[in-house]
Design a binder for this molecule. Structure first.
Ligand code: PBG
Length: 355
């Protein structure tokens, strides 16, 4: 007060007379909590959050995941109370990822479409327990089931091993079909092979599952932020031998590219996707914002494992307020244009009243 008075009298007032038009003052609408609530336009509701789960074979399994504090892998019996908890918190949808022991993995990923695999068992149990109350979504991808950790089948040729797009489509469609048979509402291909939405749509329709939808990971970038997930699912391609690509850059998108995102989204919509996903979320909010006006389909953003782990690490180190950071993070994803958010924070944020 005194300082500004002194400054004003010594500097400004003595020389120049300020002549500003301050009739417009945005701060008026920030003057109280009630006023801010009145004009806010982005909210996260419980039903906007999709909770991801890792499902393993066996009974009584609750396996802690080192890279994802607070997230565990569950066998089907242990998963059921977790799904119940989601419903009681107001969460309306879950995304199931299967994880099988190394011994069950193979070159052709047979375990991916095993009707008695953990995801298919979980679907049958969840449908029995919760009827239509919970929307059951399944990840469709081969990486957790191939012995090399790639999202598609390999073929060898003059350039060494490469990912065989078209053969992979048949297996992905078979996997999606097994999920539809077990009761999935939406199958969610995350493999990034060309044409997989069309292939899955065709097989589902031919087999009588025209009511099962496709949530396509339409815009999925090759990202460093999937690190913790790959530990959780045991799906890293880096374990492959030296003739096999060590990353997913020939199928997941290059993060220097934005036009391609529009093209991928358009193609998946034409092929019959019912919802489109952008993944990861935070480094790609610009992509969400660009997609929002060009599609009428619901947009989903995946706030991936690395984004979750970063916040957890910062919170554990005491460098930020976790509740506020999570609230801000999830709201920013909605503000950018997402209708729905897959988040490892879904249950905790709702339980602790952070939203
Ligand atoms: C499978 C898949 C991945 C994720 C979702 N589905 C990993 C990957 O592509 O390597 C990542 C999710 C996350 O990091 O939370 N293809």
């Amino acid at each position: 007060m005194t300082l500004s008075k002194t400054l004003a009298s010594k500097t400004l007032a003595s020389k120049t007379q300020l002549n500003l038009n301050l009739s417009k003052r945005p701060r008026r609408l920030r003057s109280s909590e009630a006023m801010r609530n009145l004009v806010a336009d982005s909210y996260v509701q419980a039903k906007d959050l999709m909770a991801p789960f890792f499902v393993v074979p066996g009974h009584g399994e609750r396996q802690v995941i080192g890279a994802l504090p607070g997230v565990s892998r569950f066998s089907v019996d242990q998963l059921m109370p977790e799904l119940e908890r989601c419903l009681s918190l107001g969460i309306k949808s879950v995304v199931l990822f299967g994880v099988v022991p190394e011994l069950q993995k193979s070159f052709q990923a047979e375990a991916a479409y095993d009707p008695n695999g953990p995801v298919n068992k979980a679907l049958r149990e969840a449908r029995k327990a919760f009827g239509q109350d919970l929307v059951l979504i399944t990840d469709v991808c081969l990486c957790a089931y191939t012995d090399h950790g790639h999202c598609g089948i390999l073929k060898s040729g003059s350039r060494g091993y490469t990912i065989d797009n078209d053969t992979s489509l048949e297996l992905l469609a078979q996997m999606a079909l097994s999920h539809a048979e077990a009761g999935a509402d939406l199958v969610s291909p995350s493999d990034m092979m060309d044409g997989r939405v069309a292939a899955i749509r065709q097989v589902l329709d031919l087999e009588g599952f025209s009511d099962v939808g496709i949530l396509s990971y339409a815009v999925k970038y090759a990202s460093a932020f999937y690190g913790p997930f790959r530990e959780a699912a045991g799906s890293s391609p880096t374990k492959a031998n030296s003739n096999i690509p060590k990353d997913r850059k020939t199928y997941q998108m290059d993060y220097r590219s934005s036009l391609e995102a529009l093209r991928e989204a358009q193609l998946d919509e034409e092929e019959g996707a019912d919802m489109l996903m952008v993944k990861p979320a935070l480094p790609y909010l610009d992509i969400l914002a660009k997609l929002r006006p060009i599609t009428t389909l619901p947009l989903v953003a995946y706030n991936v494992s690395g984004e979750y782990a970063m916040l957890k690490a910062a919170a554990a180190a005491g460098t930020l307020d976790e509740a506020l950071a999570v609230q801000e993070t999830l709201t920013s994803i909605k503000r950018a244009g997402a209708n729905l958010i897959v988040s490892y924070y879904a249950q905790e944020a709702l339980e602790k009243g952070w939203l």
